[in-house]
Design a protein. Structure first.
Lengths: 720, 100, 498
């Protein structure tokens, strides 16, 4: 590079990299321990500050890497040494990890800022303001764990972060553990959290096996060491690499919500919306994509594994998109959309288009975070209009304004307890007028998702499609179909939420969110609009940047046909959706979904129930496990093994044996011998007692006789 | 000099009288006296043999026997007094509580 | 034997110091309950301090027996029986675990045991003597005495202060352990006659007994240890004992007594019968894997929290056994660490269960729900304990399980990575039952009115748990010093197996 010399002279900040982990950790600790005393403002400052410091650290890493793109290892601590298994916790700072750091901390900081306002309302609507601090504790903890994940220089360190973010995900999905998604008392949220954890554990199981295989065949789990031996191992044990890559793929399907383990992500929407934005859209779920990119050397050596990954990604992209089409919940649409978009990324990195996949990861982080945060803003807007909080003057004013309407609509019902789902798109409509900032930013994000030029999503998706057409035509077909559906559900959502007339009282009086939220939305909207130019054809700044961390990258030239086809597909799909949902605009209350008429209720419901995938798992795995476990526990272990075998057979046999020994054997034989002995002694005594007359003279006589006899005997002996 | 056999005969006679008395008399006091008689018969035999063998051992033994006899009489008389107080009798056959 | 010389040796001191407490307890009137408690607590605290002094004098780089104390004890039929105590990398951590858990367990009885405090504390300190002795004894005869001696106080702890079905549980516990021990006793006698000594170091110096006899001896020892561990399918006494035992009893039972079984395998079965150990490794591995999966599955449907935790012990100790019989450095060291981890995590789980039992006098999962909101500190501490028990990275359980699985995966003795593969599935199951338990107790809405007025943990209860939690983090985040303690000894052990 031209400016290398200049940059090399500049200072480097690699030694600061550990701060990206420790500062958020510190923030989390402060909020856990002292959060209640700090007050909301204090908690928010600590949390946002910690995330921002992590972002600054990441930027410093980026600056430091400008000069030399070579990976730098920052050792932190020697973790353990057992025999020849040595793991140190060290950070690997290279262009790939810094990309992830920037995305996580950048988007993360924005979402932190947003959450300071969002959670203010959320904790009040859920009647537990004290939980504000806990939320930000978990949030900072998540940033720290994510930093461990992306900067780890070995598979083990990566796994530690991988599980750590899973824990945060669990804690945050179940953040309102005493409610369901509508705020009714229930264990539903808690169960969703458990489901996420357990499903992820299935993936982690694969990841663990991959690590074990790596260690025993490569002798190390550090990236450098593993990659250096790829060819050697590939030559000696051809199947080992396939096993490793497929085990890793299982891990990826868990964390990045791919078929067959994607089922946890829609349920994960139980978490507060900033959680969905940060963890379940922008960062954590992309860890799988990062993992495959990181393991590029491994995957490139096994074409079968690459094909498998690409196919999984392509299928997921399409299948999840079909599910998104029929959702009513504003966040569920985005959830299935996220699964689908993750499928795009996984497919890309599976094909070997690592830059394209990572590029899409970055742009997706922008626009999907924007969409989730926008949906959160919508939800809060409706919630505030539906039942204003006592300390919310803005909402009180609106409520006063339409107070009589309220009464008329709800009659005697208490508005606060009327069943109202602020996430259901059927309760929305016409929000564009009421909450313009949220609406317009949302529209930008949605169009970026649909892949319209020149928004960010267009460039990254186009690059994936381009590579796919070149590398895996089948996957290209799957992805194009998915892109078609993407544009469709995006348009459907936009129409249902923002256009037409408000279909409920709440929608009619929706209140724009405070500036902390809208400011973040605008920032993300700008990023979603312009982020694509990072790697636009001809620029390829992102590609060059990542080149240093990746093996052999070939950049395909911009292909007008592919771009044209994808744009045309998107536009056609949007037009189709528009023609279907146009009528919805005029509706005052919800009627049937137009798509339901086209597809028929059966198919529509099939899509809405996510192909009954969850039901299938529940019937086969969950109930199967429940039944097996109950059978083992109650019947096999307790009734058979504990009660029957041990109590009846072992203890019972012993008891019967001892009874046998006691009665017939002991009493009949042993006791009798003893008794008879005693009896004969007694009889003898009866005879002998006659001698004991009590008369002293008799005794004296017997002594006398005895002496005489003895003397007589002696005399007889001597004489003889 | 009187031969030793004379003494022995006398001692045997005395012992037999004592033994017969012990066996056939019922008065406890008499039995005691008879026992004394037997002891002294033994003493006589001791002394007689001591003289014959010109050894002092036999004479020494006589002193032991006499001491023991004295002690025995002391204890025995005390017992007899106690028994008399409870039984109002010195008949030896009245005392047969140890009958088996 | 000179008393001063005997007492001044740190290993004798750490073993028999609790006797001082026993004497003091006997001299204290039974009505002075708090004084009795303090005496027991301080005695066990000092014992812990002494064990730290042992640690300070311990040289981690030396793979051999250290600080050995050997005196001839008595002779039977020409056989010299020695009193030998010693410590090495295999036992030092277990010694520390024992002396560390005892004061914590005593602290947990402060308000839980109100009846016969004096006897309770006496038995507890006697139990500590037995346990420490088991981990330090290096003469088979002496070991057997300590081994059997631990039964007596535990029998009374369950039988007197236990739950409604305590006599059944106590007798079952006693008889099962006893039954296994008798086979071991036969083997010990045989070995004594064969070697002409009961001293383990001397036996090792003479070399292993060859031929089929070694297999029989291995099995005889294994019988005693496997029941104690307990290995599947010999675990049937465990749920009874745990459910009936008082909290402190469960803590020690899970924390230390079960480790005596795994320690027995490590100390005697592996080095004394090396060929048999290799020969039976696949069998032991198989039983261990079955135990892991079976224990995890059986835990899940339990309604009684204590029973749930008891069965989880079967699963966790399956991991330990798998690691031991992987016969690789990673496996064995992971197993030793996992013994410590299980002591800490499961000990803490039993403490946690005891705390809620004291408040509600039930352990039925359906009686709870939503407690996190009412008892936030309790919820947070339990969460950490739960996560530690299910092996989350950053906490202790992961380090142990990971190394065990890693060691088992490439183990030549086991011969197949499938053992580790199936055992790793246990990690999934562990998440299922642990999270289920946590959810049933802490998450969801508060269903029962009684639960709304529950008090959060008292300072004493927090102090009881904090050392355990701190250790969970320490081992999880920086396990290096723990492995450094055992590494040379384990390498030495494994070198003897090759």
């Amino acid at each position: 590079m031209l400016f290398d010399a200049v940059h090399n002279a500049g200072p480097t900040f690699f030694h600061l990299a550990p701060l990206a982990v420790f500062i958020p950790l510190l923030g989390a600790t402060i909020n856990f321990l002292f959060g209640r005393r700090l007050g909301e403002r204090g908690v928010a400052s600590v949390a946002v500050g910690a995330a921002a410091v992590a972002f600054v650290v990441s930027v410093l890493q980026w600056l430091s890497l400008q000069g030399h793109h070579e990976a730098v290892t920052v050792p932190i601590v020697e973790w353990l040494t057992i025999g020849d298994f040595q793991v140190a916790w060290a950070q690997r700072i290279d262009t790939l990890s810094v990309t992830m750091m920037l995305v996580v901390t950048g988007v993360g900081t924005l979402i932190h800022i947003y959450a300071t306002a969002y959670m203010h309302y959320d904790v009040r609507y859920k009647n537990d303001p004290r939980r504000y601090a806990r939320f930000f504790g978990f949030f900072n903890l998540f940033i720290a764990m994510m930093m461990i994940l992306v900067t780890g220089d070995s598979y083990l360190t990566l796994f530690v972060g991988w599980e750590g973010v899973g824990l945060c995900s669990f804690l945050l999905i179940g953040f309102w553990y005493e409610y369901d998604i509508l705020g009714n008392p229930s264990t539903a949220n808690a169960r969703a959290a458990k489901k996420a954890f357990v499903v992820n554990r299935v993936g982690d199981f694969g990841f663990l096996l991959a690590i074990f295989t790596l260690f025993w065949y490569f002798g190390t789990v550090e990236f450098e060491g593993v990659f250096a031996k790829v060819h050697e191992v590939a030559a000696q044990h051809p199947n080992v690499l396939l096993a490793v890559t497929l085990f890793l793929l299982l891990g990826v399907t868990g964390k990045s919500a791919q078929i067959p383990l994607f089922v946890w992500l829609p349920d994960a929407m139980a978490g507060p919306t900033p959680v969905s934005a940060l963890i379940h859209a922008a960062t954590m779920v992309t860890a799988g994509v990062y993992l495959i990119t990181r393991s590029a050397e491994l995957y490139l050596a096994v074409p079968q594994a690459q094909a498998a990954v690409a196919l999984v990604g392509g299928l997921t992209a399409l299948v999840a998109a079909t599910m998104a089409v029929a959702q009513y919940d504003i966040k569920k649409v985005l959830a299935y959309s996220t699964i689908s978009q993750l499928g795009f990324m996984v497919a890309a990195v599976g094909m070997g288009a690592f830059v394209a996949g990572m590029f899409h990861l970055v742009t997706h982080a922008f626009f999907k975070a924007l969409l989730f945060l926008g949906s959160g803003s919508v939800i809060i807007a409706l919630e505030r209009a539906h039942h204003p909080l006592p300390d919310d003057p803005e909402a009180q004013a609106v409520a006063g304004h339409h107070g009589h309407d309220h009464a008329a609509h709800h009659g005697e019902h208490d508005a606060h307890h009327a069943p109202f789902d602020p996430q259901d798109m059927r309760n929305m409509g016409g929000l564009l007028r009421r909450i313009p900032v949220t609406s317009w930013t949302y529209i930008v994000g949605a169009l970026a998702l649909a892949g319209l030029p020149p928004l960010a999503g267009f460039w990254s998706k186009d690059e994936i499609l381009l590579e796919a057409k070149h590398l895996q035509p089948v996957v290209y077909g799957l992805l194009t179909a998915a892109a078609f559906l993407t544009a469709f559900y995006v348009t459907r959502q936009l129409v249902m939420v923002f256009l037409g007339k408000p279909r409920t009282e709440a929608a009619a009086h929706a209140i724009e969110s405070p500036r902390a939220m809208t400011g973040v939305l605008v920032t993300l909207a700008v990023l979603s609009a312009l982020g694509g130019f990072l790697n636009a054809p001809g620029v390829h700044a992102f590609g060059h940047w990542l080149e240093a961390s990746l093996p052999e990258i070939e950049t395909l030239p911009f292909n007008l046909t592919v771009a044209g086809i994808s744009t045309a597909v998107a536009l056609f799909s949007m037009a189709l959706a528009w023609s279907l949902y146009r009528r919805v605009r005029a509706w005052e209350a919800w009627q049937h979904d137009p798509l339901e008429k086209v597809l028929g209720p059966g198919l529509f419901d099939f899509l809405r129930q996510a192909w009954h995938w969850d039901d299938f798992y529940r019937a086969v795995f969950v109930q199967g496990y429940d039944a097996l476990a109950a059978f083992l526990a109650h019947t096999v272990d307790w009734r058979f093994w504990h009660d029957w075998f041990h109590d009846t057979i072992v203890a019972g046999t012993y008891r019967r044996l001892s009874r046998f020994l006691a009665r017939p054997v002991d009493l009949g034989i042993i006791d009798r011998i003893a008794n008879e002995l005693a009896g004969s002694v007694q009889g003898l005594a009866l005879v002998l007692r006659g001698l004991q007359s009590g008369f002293v003279r008799t005794y004296a006589l017997s002594v006398f006789v005895g002496v005489v006899l003895m003397l007589g005997y002696l005399w007889w002996v001597i004489v003889r | 000099m009187v031969p030793t056999s004379f003494y022995i005969f006398l001692a045997a006679l005395l012992f037999t009288i004592g033994a017969v008395a012990v066996l056939f008399r019922r008065n406890t006091l008499v039995i005691y006296m008879a026992v004394e008689l037997m002891l002294n018969a033994a003493n006589l035999a001791f002394v007689a043999f001591a003289r014959q063998f010109e050894a002092l051992d036999g004479q020494l033994f006589v002193f032991f026997v006499m001491t023991v006899a004295a002690a025995e009489v002391a204890v025995g008389l005390a017992l007899i007094v106690t028994i008399f107080r409870t039984k109002h009798s010195v008949d030896i056959d009245a005392m047969h509580e140890l009958k088996g | 034997m000179n008393i001063t010389e005997f007492v001044s040796h740190p290993l004798n001191l750490v073993t028999f110091f609790p006797l001082v407490g026993v004497v003091l307890l006997l001299l204290t009137p039974r009505e002075a309950k708090n004084r009795l408690r303090w005496i027991a607590l301080l005695t066990s605290g000092v014992t812990f301090a002494v064990s730290l002094a042992v640690l300070a004098r311990f040289n981690p780089a030396d793979p051999q027996i250290q600080l050995a104390y050997q005196r001839p004890w008595f002779q039977v039929a020409g056989l010299q029986i020695n009193y030998i105590l010693g410590v090495d990398g295999l036992s030092i951590l277990l010694l520390l675990l024992t002396t560390f858990l005892t004061p914590i367990a005593i602290l947990s009885t402060w308000s839980a045991i109100e009846e016969r405090v004096k006897e309770f504390m006496v038995f507890f300190l006697l139990l500590e003597i037995g346990m420490v002795g088991v981990f330090l004894a290096l003469d088979l005869f002496l070991f057997y005495i300590f081994w059997e001696f631990t039964l007596v106080p535990m029998y009374f702890l369950i039988g007197i202060w236990g739950g409604p079905n305590r006599m059944y549980a106590a007798i079952k516990f006693f008889l099962y352990t006893m039954a296994g021990s008798l086979l071991m006793l036969l083997a010990i006698v045989y070995m004594g006659l064969h070697y002409g000594t009961f001293s383990v170091p001397e036996m090792l110096a003479q070399g292993a007994i060859g031929g089929a006899v070694q297999n029989w001896l291995f099995l005889a020892f294994a019988a005693a240890f496997a029941i104690k561990v307990p290995m599947w399918p010999l675990h049937s006494w465990l749920p009874d004992a745990h459910v009936q035992a008082p909290t402190a009893g469960s803590v020690i039972l899970a924390g230390v007594l079960l480790k005596m079984g795994t320690y027995g395998f490590l100390r005697f079965n592996l080095p004394l019968f090396p060929e048999a150990a290799v020969h039976y490794a696949p069998l032991m591995g198989l039983l261990a894997v079955i135990g892991i999966l079976y224990g995890a599955m059986v835990s899940y449907p339990q309604q009684d929290v204590k029973k749930l935790v008891a069965y989880s012990s079967v699963s966790h100790l399956g991991f330990v056994m798998l690691g031991l019989f992987a016969l690789t450095a990673q496996g064995v060291e992971g197993a030793i660490l996992q013994m410590i981890n299980h002591g800490i995590s499961t000990g803490a789980l039993f403490l946690v269960v005891g705390m809620i039992y004291e408040r509600r006098h039930t352990r039925d999962l359906d009686q709870f729900g939503g407690l996190w909101k009412i008892m936030p500190i309790y919820g947070a501490l339990t969460l950490i304990t739960t996560l530690s028990s299910m092996g989350l990275p950053g906490l202790n359980g992961f380090v142990g399980e990971f190394n065990i699985l890693l060691g088992a995966f490439g183990s030549q003795a086991l011969g197949s990575p499938l053992y580790a593969g199936f055992a790793a599935a246990g990690v999934i199951f562990a998440a299922v039952y642990m999270l289920y338990m946590f959810q049933k107790i802490f998450l969801g809405p508060v269903k029962h009115e009684v639960n709304k007025t529950l008090k959060d943990l008292s300072l004493r209860e927090i102090v009881t748990l904090l050392p355990l939690i701190a250790l969970m983090f320490w081992i999880g985040l920086y396990p290096k010093p723990f492995f450094a303690l055992m590494e040379p000894a384990v390498q030495h052990l494994l070198a003897g197996l090759r």
